[in-house]
Design a binder for this molecule. Structure first.
Ligand code: ATP
Length: 134
């Protein structure tokens, strides 16, 4: 049988998933990276974006709201601020969050308000992109 990787995704609120997979592709802060079984160990920060993984012919997509990845040769642990699988994403909520964030960006009175609204916009856009792949 082909070698596998255990992928665990957890947030402060819950265990999102634990799966045996063939490949993981994650949104590293310095760029997307792929992990196959036997990868050298490393730790890195994740940005807001999409994580995808494949097991056999089935591919799944998860929206990741930033966090950390620990990569070991046969185990990837994602500690995310928040994470939702494509099928769990509430599209109406994410659309409302995007509209709210766009309004806040246009009305921002200082850098902090602007940065917060930009963060909210990135999260909403990531959720909407991933939701399209369910
Ligand atoms: P909102 O303004 O809609 O709350 P947000 O980006 O501020 O969005 P987060 O702080 O990232 O939300 O997440 C808070 C909690 O809500 C987390 O548990 C997250 O998984 C969940 N969540 C946020 N938006 C969605 C969504 N569109 N669909 C499903 N779960 C969501």
């Amino acid at each position: 049988m082909a070698e596998k990787i255990i992928l665990d995704i957890v947030t402060p609120e819950k265990k999102v998933l634990s799966e045996s997979v063939d490949i993981v592709v994650a949104p590293g802060e310095e760029g997307e990276f792929g992990v196959l079984p036997g990868h050298i160990p490393f730790l890195c920060k994740l940005k807001v974006g999409e994580l995808r993984f494949r097991s056999g012919t089935s591919a799944r997509h998860v929206a990741i709201m930033g966090g950390y990845a620990e990569v070991l040769p046969h185990h990837v642990t994602i500690l995310a601020t928040a994470a939702e699988e494509a099928s769990e994403i509430d599209v109406v909520r994410a659309q409302a969050a995007r509209e709210r964030a766009e309004r806040r960006i246009s009305e921002a009175k200082d850098k902090l308000e602007f940065a917060r609204a930009q963060g909210a916009l990135q999260r909403a856009v990531a959720r909407l992109r991933v939701a399209e792949k369910k």
